[in-house]
Design a protein around this ligand. Structure first.
Ligand SMILES: [Zn+2]
Length: 105
């Protein structure tokens, strides 16, 4: 955060896959504590849930898995194991409010 002195982070957007074992409520709670006294203090954490998508070898389709209890293709019911997305835990974007700009307005 050093390159932007006086800048304040307004919002942090995360991409969290359904398989990332992250509970949004706990994440929000920890975020508030972890950011106290940092340039991130008071910023908003936005969590974008990423659904689990797998490649079905039987019908060659990329399918969204609705239930994490059974990894089966919703089209042909074959078991699927080729994970394409759903394990993400990454920052999608960070919105910064520059201190100078705020003062000018
Ligand atoms: Zn299939």
């Amino acid at each position: 955060m050093a390159p932007y002195p006086g800048a304040r982070v307004k919002e942090v957007r995360l991409r969290v896959g359904a398989l990332a074992s992250v509970v949004e409520d706990s994440l929000q709670f920890c975020y508030g504590i972890a950011t106290e006294g940092t340039p991130l203090e008071g910023s908003k954490l936005v969590v974008n849930a990423v659904p689990v998508v797998m490649r079905c070898e039987s019908c060659s389709a990329d399918v969204e898995i609705a239930s994490l209890q059974s990894f089966r293709c919703p089209r042909c019911n074959a078991p699927v194991s080729n994970l394409l997305q759903g394990r993400e835990l990454e920052i999608e974007s960070i919105e910064i409010e520059e201190a100078e700009e705020t003062v000018k307005k």
